[in-house]
Ligand binder design. Structure first.
Ligand code: GLY
Length: 395
């Protein structure tokens, strides 16, 4: 495998600048990794204290919206809990763990929800983190049941996991929900589950990832023959363009699938998706869609946060020799997001953590706002960049 052009560019970055972090634009300052984590913890603590049990998806004018998500069936309920687990581990404060467990129980029924392809999004940051940190036996059972529910979405003929839109549809986002099937396969010692997850990854690789590493948002299949019919999008600009968050899901999702399986084709796909992002995003924060012809297309900072976390995982999976340029680029992206241009630390009254994210441009939801997964993946990336937490794990 050769290093792609984008990464050679990333390698050419000034290492001293990279170590300092990107410079902030006029009127902005850049917080350190620790200060950014503290700021995020403060914002989450306020939300949990002021609005206990609420699971908002996006802000409006910087204030969390508590109505039901009008676009997707409640897919983002695990991200707030995921941040609590990070803070619990980093701070050792029992309050965080209490909250994290309470919020986990709130989303537990989703383990058997047949109405969504988003089970991994809900259960990985919540119950997955609980299990990873403590080895809790019930958390393991929840993950196994969630993985089985997700695997039941297999469209046997086409070899993909269908979305809630239609049995003939799959999204690039679904790559973020195959990890829970691989987990279930391992914990329940059920190779059939792993086979289902792998089939989905390979169908996605074949039909939703283009030769240049870019991705389509949605693929439509003939449910009788399994034949691929056409590309489509909901949150991107058009069917043949590249929606930035979808690209970020591909980077992270294929990296996770590789971590579970060790298959070289999945790693290659993760790298191609990453290289496309790097080549097309010199300053680290993409527009909502790279083909949006708008004169000043809106930024999608949540895609940058997901990518930073995904590239830190990819860099670790590749090891020092092949992974360092991905890590370097991820840390540069993170430095950009630590600037108060993006971090809401100097935005009085703003309730989210990361600004300038977009949920659903076409439907007018969460445009240039905070979104819960943007905050979550930023916290994950900051946690990864900060390195191991002092103190013993409770496991
Ligand atoms: N539903 C997944 C996303 O908006 O990225």
């Amino acid at each position: 495998m050769t290093d792609a052009i984008g990464l050679q560019d990333a390698a050419a970055h000034d290492p001293a600048r990279a170590a300092r972090g990107a410079t902030s634009g006029p009127g902005h300052r850049t917080l350190t990794v620790e200060e950014s984590l503290d700021f995020a913890a403060g914002q989450v603590r306020r939300l949990v204290t002021d609005s206990p049990g609420k699971l908002p998806t996006y802000t409006s004018g910087g204030k969390w919206v508590f109505d039901d998500d009008p676009w997707a069936p409640n897919w983002s309920g695990g991200f707030l809990t995921g941040m609590m687990w990070v803070f619990a581990r980093r701070t050792g404060d029992p309050w965080w763990r209490e909250q994290a467990e309470r919020y986990c129980r709130q989303v537990e029924p989703r383990k058997s929800d047949p109405g969504t392809h988003d089970i991994g999004f809900v259960l990985e940051p919540s119950w997955g983190r609980w299990f990873d940190w403590t080895g809790d036996a019930h958390a393991r059972e929840v993950l196994v049941e969630g993985g089985r529910t997700m695997a039941a979405r297999l469209q046997e003929v086409g070899g993909y996991l269908s979305t809630w839109v239609d049995p003939g549809s799959t999204f690039i986002d679904v790559m973020m929900n195959v990890g829970i099937i691989f987990r279930a396969a391992k914990y329940a010692d059920d190779p059939e589950l792993a086979e289902i997850a792998l089939r989905h990854c390979r169908t996605t690789r074949r039909h939703l990832v283009r030769g240049d590493g870019s991705t389509l948002h949605e693929g439509w299949f003939d449910t009788d023959s399994g034949e691929f019919l056409r590309a489509a999008t909901h949150q991107g600009h058009r069917a043949d363009s590249t929606w930035a968050r979808g690209q970020a899901w591909a980077i992270y999702g294929f990296t996770t699938a590789y971590a579970h399986t060790g298959h070289a084709d999945l790693l290659d796909t993760a790298r191609r998706a990453a290289d496309y992002y790097v080549r097309n995003t010199p300053d680290g924060v993409p527009p909502n869609d790279w083909l949006d012809p708008g004169r000043a297309p809106r930024r999608e900072a949540s895609a940058a946060a997901i990518t930073a976390a995904g590239l830190l995982h990819l860099g670790a999976a590749l090891g020092e020799q092949h992974g360092w340029a991905y890590r370097r680029y991820a840390l540069d992206v993170l430095a950009r997001l630590r600037s108060t241009e993006y971090l809401a630390a100097d935005s009085a009254g703003w309730e989210g953590v990361l600004r300038h994210a977009t949920y659903h441009e076409r439907n007018g939801l969460g445009i240039d706002e905070s979104v819960m997964w943007g905050d979550y993946y930023l916290v994950e990336a900051l946690d990864l960049a900060a390195g191991p937490t002092p103190g013993p794990s409770p496991r």
